[in-house]
Ligand binder design. Sequence first.
Ligand code: SOE
Length: 377
Amino acid sequence: MTKQLNVGMVGYGFMARAHSNAWANVSHFFDTGYRPVLKAAAARNVSKLRHFAEQWGYESQESDWQAMIERKDIDAIDICVPNDLHAEIAIAAAKAGKMVLCEKPLARTEAEGKPMVDAVEQAGVPNMVWYNYRRVPAVTLIKNMVEAGRLGQIFHYRAKFLQDWTISPDVPQGGAATWRLDVEAAGSGVTGDLLAHCLDTAIWINGGITSLTAMTETFIKERVHAETGKKQAVGIDDAAAVLARFGNGSLGTFESTRYARGHKAGYTLEINGEKGSLAWDLHDLNRVQFFDHSIEGAQRGWTNILVTDGDHPYLGKWWVPGLIIGYEHSFTHQVADFLDGLRTGKPAAPTFRDALETNRICDAIIASGMSGKWVQL
Ligand code: SOE
């Protein structure tokens, strides 16, 4: 029998829309045994909340998240607010016995994330962090191919996440639209916002990182704060370049910036192994590029696999073979896996504990960027 799962959303921005879309459509496509219901949405800005809640069909609205957490008719709290609010909400939700889902990164730092992990584990509540790119079918296929040994020994893992939206000095920091530039709200800049995605995917596919060194830069040193109207020092990293060693002996290179003119969400990755290479580009997200060295010499070359067949990860649940899917589907897949985890008792990853490791690596990047030294993890 299908069970109802009542969702309480905290926030109304871009991520709240991406998650709401996933909650709303997952049971149309995936048989998980659960039917999520958009039960309540909470935010302080009442007019923005009303617009959001009505557009997405939330049954009720709360002007403070505490009230929503206290409600008996809410099963799961989904946190889609700036990073500085994650810990307080997640801990309170766990104490109230709710399932907790949190937008990435888990917290601003590992130290802030640790009590969040303790809270969900002590309460024994299901929990997950939204690192959605794992669930792009092409990326999941890469994971499966690496796990099946198709690349043999891995030598290199290379990833980039490039944007260009903060090049102008007129972009403010702080406030609802630009909190990602305010170190108080975000914790870090591109490291926690963009590189965190690359790191989550990397450690999932290629295992743990054992040491790293990083170069970070803040190109624009002062920006007006949207809330005070005053110019103040910028505390976030605008760009980060990282050299890393993985536990399996391979070398990692990671780059992230908001100063790569022409790039809006340029997430790419490539893995090179003894038997072959695999590559993926978010802007062509249904394709995997594969070089298979075992193919006879004259026919050997890069093959492009269009990941749209019924036997590709998640694709059997969507349309018919050959029809492409997009960014938003990765969130639906994440909810589907979360709900499957509830049914099977095998929690979907990344859990809070898994995501804490990404925070640990981000902290090491920021520390190394400041000291110029290698950090052992
Ligand atoms: C920043 O612009 C951002 O929206 C990140 O916060 C998301 O996590 C990333 O997926 C896309 O870019």
